[in-house]
Write a protein that binds this ligand. Structure first.
Ligand SMILES: *[C@@H]1O[C@H](CO)[C@@H](O)[C@H](O)[C@H]1NC(C)=O
Ligand SMILES: *[C@@H]1O[C@H](CO)[C@@H](O)[C@H](O)[C@H]1NC(C)=O
Ligand SMILES: *[C@@H]1O[C@H](CO)[C@@H](O)[C@H](O)[C@H]1NC(C)=O
Ligand SMILES: *[C@@H]1O[C@H](CO)[C@@H](O)[C@H](O)[C@H]1NC(C)=O
Ligand SMILES: *[C@@H]1O[C@H](CO)[C@@H](O)[C@H](O)[C@H]1NC(C)=O
Ligand SMILES: *[C@@H]1O[C@H](CO)[C@@H](O)[C@H](O)[C@H]1NC(C)=O
Length: 383
């Protein structure tokens, strides 16, 4: 008995670690080894025991309608497949809750979601779906009771579609962590009317396209992560309403075509990651809608052709990563106007010649010792 109880504690500890490490793992681009380990650490059989390891007495099923159970004191209810551990077990007093879903989750109309009304002061809610368990939706009903919620995280669910208003129009919400949920489709208005939302992380899902009107009414949104999905199409104006966005990660997708209209509305964007896609060429003025762009990552794309005017309008660009592509020429004029460029990486391309004319506009910038200019190549001539 005690051993099983410990297994659950261990599982809780691993989960906490997993959450803390998630951001670091994302940055390091590595697979998060904790994630799998944490999932393996807790077979669903362990949840029937209390945290102290003592066996749980036989108890009645979940209360029916009318009597709302305390979400943070529902451990003894043996019929539930959702279990939450909270910062306080008292009614109305918890500010943080971590929930685990075991086996086949509760359905969308199950009483457990109403029981979130017993803890309306939650500011942080994390839901982790255990291995071989199935949970297919964002618990919008539960969220609608949490009028102080700032952070919502769900991981390892199987949410094929995000529904309109999935996050219940919560005015306090600041951060949504939605990585690794096998999300394929974002319905229009799935992120809507969340006035304080600053960060949305949709990395490592299976999103195939981003339509217009998915992101609507998000005046505070600064960071949007769509990295490591299956995105082939960004519809024109998909980001139209994100006029305060600072950082957009679209790396590790299947994008083949970008136009000026792809990015319309992103007038404050500073950092854009497009590395490891399938871009073969960039046409005129592709980034013209983003005059504040300072960092642009286009490495690992198989780029063969850049229009002379591809980088037009980027007077604030300071870092341009073009390494690991298939560029054979860089036409004179293509780097004109990039007055603030300090880091240019052209390594691992097929450049045979590079006219001095082409890089001349940047030469003054590169005199600064903290700048770099990588242009390794199989030079036959620099003229
Ligand atoms: C809530 O919990 C805090 C600390 O855990 C405690 O000081 C406070 O009295 C509790 N409030 C209520 C209403 O129970
Ligand atoms: C949902 O689950 C509850 C019990 O948790 C059950 O009473 C109800 O019939 C289920 N509804 C559907 C549509 O399956
Ligand atoms: C959110 O707002 C929209 C539009 O006003 C409304 O249709 C929807 O029902 C609201 N959803 C919730 C959960 O409050
Ligand atoms: C939105 O965030 C700001 C700054 O963090 C805060 O002062 C304000 O109260 C928040 N608004 C709501 C509705 O929570
Ligand atoms: C996403 O891409 C992966 C790898 O290419 C593939 O296995 C998976 O089926 C794709 N998913 C969708 C929904 O297209
Ligand atoms: C070099 O760059 C640094 C950092 O941006 C800046 O503070 C400094 O003034 C620059 N020096 C010259 C000589 O341009």
């Amino acid at each position: 008995m005690a051993r099983r109880g410990c297994a659950l504690l261990l599982c809780a500890a691993l989960l906490v670690l997993g959450a803390a490490g998630a951001e670091a793992a994302k940055r390091s681009k590595d697979k998060d080894p904790l994630a799998k380990d944490a999932k393996d650490a807790s077979p669903s059989s362990t949840r029937r025991k209390s945290l102290s390891g003592t066996p749980v007495p036989a108890t009645p099923a979940a209360p029916g309608r009318g009597a709302v159970m305390n979400l943070c004191d529902s451990f003894h209810i043996r019929t539930l497949n959702v279990y939450c551990s909270c910062s306080s077990q008292q009614l109305l007093n918890a500010t943080e809750a971590s929930c685990w879903v075991f086996g086949k989750s509760e359905n969308e109309s199950a009483p457990i979601w109403d029981s979130f009304s017993s803890q309306p002061n939650l500011e942080t809610l994390k839901i982790n779906v255990r291995e071989e368990s199935i949970h297919k939706f964002v618990p919008t009903r539960a969220l609608s009771f949490l009028r102080k919620l700032k952070l919502f995280e769900i991981m390892y669910a199987t949410i094929a579609e995000l529904q309109p208003y999935a996050f219940a129009n919560l005015t306090t919400l600041q951060e949504l962590q939605l990585k690794r949920n096998q999300i394929i489709t974002l319905k229009p208005r799935s992120f809507a009317w969340l006035p304080n939302l600053t960060t949305v992380n949709l990395g490592e899902n299976q999103i195939v396209e981003v339509q217009r009107e998915v992101f609507l009414g998000l005046p505070s949104l600064r960071r949007l992560f769509l990295d490591r999905n299956n995105i082939t199409i960004l519809h024109d104006g998909a980001f139209m309403h994100l006029s305060g966005l600072d950082e957009l990660e679209l790396n590790d997708n299947q994008l083949a075509v970008l136009t000026r209209e792809t990015f319309s509305g992103l007038k404050m964007l500073r950092r854009l990651l497009l590395n490891n896609n399938k871009l073969r060429m960039l046409g005129d003025c592709t980034f013209c809608e983003m005059p504040h762009l300072t960092e642009l990552y286009l490495n690992e794309n198989g780029l063969q052709y850049l229009s002379v005017r591809a980088f037009e309008g980027l007077s604030r660009l300071s870092r341009l990563m073009l390494g690991d592509n298939a560029l054979q020429v860089l036409s004179p004029g293509s780097l004109n106007g990039l007055a603030r460029m300090r880091y240019l990486d052209l390594r691992n391309n097929e450049l045979n010649t590079l006219a001095y004319e082409t890089v001349k506009p940047l030469m003054d910038n590169f005199k600064n010792l903290s700048s770099y200019f990588y242009i390794e190549g199989k030079w036959s001539s620099i003229s």
